[in-house]
Ligand binder design. Structure first.
Ligand code: KG4
Ligand code: ZN
Length: 333
């Protein structure tokens, strides 16, 4: 019997239209991502209605390209997977309806997958799966989330803490706008920060109380106040470096605290902000257990990670009926 499992995964939760074919939960046969960043840059953020319309335009060619690059027909698939939430309702609907159409037409099972769980499983595409040993601490840092999860087995998560206000990526994007940088702010601040002095400004760290929660809105306001003090003569690189250092400090402090408290074998970083070069370096230097992160293409939104997460559900026998709905505020644990 052929033990190989092939899954076509679709991801449309925000501003990337993506499809991928994943083999055995760990091998990427294709990974197609149509980014809408250029489209939304003129608005300084993701415009939900514009995003869903663009998803409708490109979803079919993106899926067909993923199948072609994997040299596969729909009948070769074992299962389909699609992001069910969290995300923008109109965007999620486009992916879910496309996936349902293929599953129904080809008599294939379809699994609805949590987008955050997808980010967590991007590490199974980035490390040797056989070397991954539970328990693991995963820090998911993206545009919408800053969450610490203790993972004790496949599909078993304990939410240790998260942001009380802005997500880390959201703070990068908002501060990027204040500094006059192009959208999204994260990569632009990362680049500017490399040329600046991280100690030029002492921004608040918000490493409050004993728990594992985060807060970034005070930091964002502090940067805004600093820029208003000297309009016209902003030290852009120093502001970027000092802001980034404050975000990294808070993330590293809480992550180390959680890693020590729970005796994990490793720390996994996932989500768009885990592409940040300063964060990767600080985590690798300051965390007491080995730290792993995905290559940049698997940090930001993609469908390969959705296929990797779906694999473990599929082999554990989970099946959905096809009448499930999108859940824009879906929780993981
Ligand atoms: O995971 P993702 O693609 O989407 C969500 O699920 O939210 O993350 C997008 C976020 C944006 O806020 C973007 O500014 C941030 O990831 N980001 C970065 C970097 N690259 C992307 N933030 C800091 N440094 C980067 N190099
Ligand atoms: Zn994401």
């Amino acid at each position: 019997m052929d033990q190989t499992t092939r899954i076509l995964a679709i991801e449309t939760s925000c501003d990337e239209t993506a499809a991928a074919v994943i083999e055995n939960g760990t091998t990427i046969l294709s990974n197609v991502i149509a980014s809408q960043i250029d489209l939304h840059a003129q608005y300084g953020g993701v415009f939900p209605e514009v995003a869903s319309r663009r998803h409708i335009e490109v979803i079919h060619p993106v899926v067909m390209q993923a199948m072609n690059e994997a040299h596969m027909g729909f009948d070769d698939l074992d299962c389909l997977a699609v992001t069910q939430g969290p995300g923008l309702v109109g965007s999620l609907l486009v992916g879910v309806n496309m996936a349902k159409g293929i599953a129904l037409g080809r008599h294939k099972p379809l699994l609805g997958i949590n987008h955050i769980e997808g980010h967590i499983y991007s590490l199974w595409l980035s490390r040797k799966a056989a070397e991954i040993e539970f328990p693991i601490l995963t820090l998911v840092v993206s545009g919408g989330h800053t969450e610490l999860y203790l993972m004790t087995d496949h599909g078993r998560y304990k939410h240790l803490g998260g942001t009380l206000d802005d997500a880390a990526g959201e703070a990068f994007d908002k501060v990027g706008r204040v500094l006059g940088l192009p959208f999204p702010g994260g990569p632009a601040i990362d680049k500017a920060a490399r040329l600046g002095n991280p100690n030029a400004y002492q921004f608040p760290r918000a490493v409050m109380e004993d728990g594992f929660n985060f807060s970034f809105s005070g930091l964002k306001t502090a940067v805004l106040r600093e820029t208003q003090k000297h309009p016209g003569s902003m030290r852009l690189n120093d502001l970027a470096a000092s802001f980034q250092a404050a975000v990294i400090d808070a993330l590293v402090t809480k992550t180390e605290r959680a890693a020590a408290a729970h005796g994990v074998t490793a720390v996994h970083l996932a989500g768009g902000v885990s592409a940040n070069s300063g964060l990767r370096q600080a985590m690798s230097e300051q965390i007491s257990v080995p730290v792993f992160y995905p290559p940049p293409i698997l940090c930001t939104d993609n469908a390969a990670m959705i296929g990797a997460a779906a694999h473990w559900h599929y082999v554990n026998g989970r099946r959905n009926s096809l009448d499930f709905d999108v859940i824009p505020s879906l929780q993981l644990a």
